[in-house]
Write a protein that binds this ligand. Structure first.
Ligand code: ADP
Ligand code: ZN
Length: 636
């Protein structure tokens, strides 16, 4: 399958060398998941397509081979990335690790670009990041040609490879041109990486990037550290605030809303409640957006309230929660958006508030869209799968993974697993609701008023409430009037939501009036059992409040009193370094590394080197200072 091209003898040495790079440069003890196989394959010159979830560790898959191959004299790795805003931080992170890296994009002025080009041609760079449109210029291709002739072009890494597919929502025209790399430099190994996994996108990537001979690596799509929770939407902003205060005080996170207006309102409201919340949507000035994104990346504990315009390529590892105030379009979007939480592997939350209006709105948006009928059918099927997830009373993760073709067992880390919901047999209630909708229509056909009504009126009739509207249309005379008085309003809404979610009831027109779908017959006959979650209390507190570390958010490990003090001091020190280097704090050290230092409190450089994330360069650059900070904290 694979094309092994460079000197065969290089392969075993490089596998060894890759292991060394992991220890020395990155300070990590072992590869994660399939990283080893991928890295060894690429080190040996093979092509690969890597499908790995966000936070799975894709960057290492090309950074380690790039460093190992550069050490072996094979030259520079070129990394294609669509996100110029993030190249700066990636290069900054490599710089902190002592790896010679640079980027070429439109943010550089002519002089700076020339300097990078000179370094590139001189062979001193280990990695060069560039946007696809830059790579495909004749000027850049000529430079690659020159490097290649001298055997100094070691690897192409194509990040966010799904951008080549029109199927996905991140399609980028320029990516189509990247097949030119293979045509011009067939002997240079290529590694395409993406977190978007569906079959169609995968096939597109293989075909358009000509990766037919590449080895395919598909990692598990499970993100075990993310806890999935879907709550009944009641007063969404208040529910969100409670969730933030109870579970994520001082944490960084993203709140997704469907519209710009809702983004603005929610951000303003949270800010009024004392939360550092910033809005982000495509309608804001580019400058404002950049500033907000920058603050989110660089400051601790900023909550970004955003439309889906925000998020692609956000590499911030310590996003502790992703909250949805509106329903995403489909499971792919939900998975991708929630996947931005917890890339550092520490516990994180995916929280969503979901209600009847979400179902109605999403269905409506598809119906009213100007897509063709085929596409709409597909969108509806995808929405149905998401609604089934939202309505589920069994393990959310099992359903999520099943959607991506992965079998699993109940996870113990989702709302359904932690608090198995009580259910009730709503078959009878569902039949009552359907027959009431049917009666409305019969009456309408007899010329006695409209043929269909909305949810609120339907529930009033079922519960036997004497409203003006009931009197106006004589609905107290219907045989279904009052037949559901024993079921609460809230429960009726759930019944209808489920009926709409499952497609037995459609909503129509400007006022979302209800109509029976073909499949309603079966439910009416009693042939389809309907089981529902009992409405849960909106406030589901899932875990005890965390131990507080004095300054800001809690550490990722349980720490004793002196440990908490060390952690706070280390964070203060890190903030200074980050400011001096103009980089986000996590690029200097992750929270997890600081917490481990605070727990172990190493007294020597050797002991410090054993902490995860402390590589040779960081040890040399910061080791003494860290020991000094730790000693200072211990002395009080
Ligand atoms: P992705 O690009 O797949 O979303 P990243 O490459 O950003 O993921 O990696 C996610 C996090 O995991 C990063 O903080 C990275 O440093 C860390 N990481 C990756 N591989 C390892 C490993 N083998 N050991 C420890 N941490 C790792
Ligand atoms: Zn579960």
């Amino acid at each position: 399958m694979s094309t092994v091209l460079p000197p065969a003898a290089a392969a075993p040495d490089l596998a060894q060398s890759a292991q060394q790079v992991l220890h020395e440069i990155f300070g990590y003890g072992s590869f994660r998941g399939e990283q080893r196989q991928i890295i060894e394959h690429v080190c040996a010159g093979g092509d690969a397509l890597v499908l790995m979830p966000t936070g799975g560790g894709k960057s290492l898959c090309y950074q380690v081979p790039a460093i190992a191959r550069h050490r072996a004299g094979l030259g520079v790795a070129v990394v294609v990335s669509p996100l110029i805003a993030l190249m700066h931080d990636q290069v900054g992170a490599l710089d902190e690790l002592g790896v010679a890296a640079a980027f070429l994009n439109s943010t550089l002025d002519a002089d700076e670009a020339r300097r990078v080009e000179r370094e590139l041609l001189a062979g001193t760079l280990t990695l060069l990041y560039a946007a696809p449109e830059r790579i495909l210029t004749p000027r850049f291709l000529a430079m690659l040609e020159s490097l290649h002739e001298r055997g100094r072009l070691s690897l192409f890494a194509i990040d966010e490879a799904h951008c080549v597919s029109q199927w996905g929502h991140d399609f980028r025209e320029e990516y189509l041109g990247l097949s030119a790399l293979h045509e011009r430099f067939p002997a240079v190994p290529r590694l395409a990486l993406t977190a978007t996994a569906d079959d169609h996108t995968r096939a597109d990537i293989i075909e358009r990037l000509q990766l037919q001979a590449a080895r395919l690596f598909v990692a598990s799509f499970d993100r075990p550290n993310i806890r999935y929770t879907i709550v009944e939407k009641d007063e969404p902003k208040k529910q969100l605030l409670r969730f933030l205060r109870d579970e994520h005080d001082g944490d960084a996170g993203i709140v997704y809303c469907q519209s710009r207006k809702r983004v603005e309102e929610t951000a303003a409201w949270l800010a009024g409640e004392g939360i550092t919340a910033l809005p982000y949507h495509a309608g804001l000035d580019a400058d404002v957006r950049r500033r907000h994104q920058d603050r989110f990346l660089r400051e601790d504990g900023v909550v970004m309230v955003a439309t889906i315009a925000f998020g692609m390529g956000i590499d911030k590892p310590d996003v502790r929660f992703v909250a949805h105030l509106d329903l995403p379009k489909n499971i792919e979007s939900y998975y991708q958006e929630t996947g931005r939480a917890g890339r550092d592997g520490l516990p994180a939350d995916a929280w969503m508030a979901y209600g009847l209006a979400d179902v109605v709105n999403q269905r409506r948006m598809i119906d009213d869209g100007d897509a063709g009928e085929d596409f709409k059918r597909l969108q509806r099927a995808k929405l149905d799968a998401l609604l089934a997830l939202a309505e589920a009373h069994d393990c959310r993760r099992v359903r999520l993974l099943a959607y991506f073709g992965q079998a699993s067992t109940p996870c113990g880390n989702c709302d359904s697993c932690i608090h198995p919901p009580a259910t009730w047999d709503a078959t009878d209630a569902a039949r009552k609701a359907l027959s009431c909708i049917y009666r409305f229509r019969q009456q309408g056909e007899q010329g006695l008023g409209p043929r269909s009504f909305g949810v609120v009126h339907l529930i009033d009739v079922l519960r036997g409430k004497a409203t003006d509207k009931v009197a106006q249309f004589g609905h107290e005379r219907l045989s279904t009037f009052g037949i559901g008085a024993d079921v609460s309003d809230a429960q009726w809404r759930l019944v209808l939501r489920q009926l709409i979610a499952l497609g037995h009831v459609r909503t129509e027109g400007e006022f979302n009036t209800l109509a029976l779908a073909e499949s309603a017959r079966e439910v009416l006959r009693g042939a389809v059992p309907v089981t529902l979650r009992l409405p849960t209390e909106t406030r589901t507190k899932l875990k005890p409040a965390r131990v507080r570390g004095g300054a800001g958010k809690a550490p990722p490990l349980p720490l004793d009193e002196p440990g908490l003090l060390c952690f706070a001091e280390l964070k203060r020190w890190r903030a200074e370094v980050a400011r001096e280097h103009n980089l986000p704090a996590y690029v200097v050290f992750h929270d997890a590394a600081l917490a481990e230092m605070a727990r172990e409190r190493p007294a020597t450089l050797d002991d410090l080197a054993a902490i995860g994330g402390v590589g040779a360069k960081k040890l040399e650059a910061y080791g003494r200072e860290i020991l000094r900070v730790l000693a200072g904290a211990a002395a009080g």
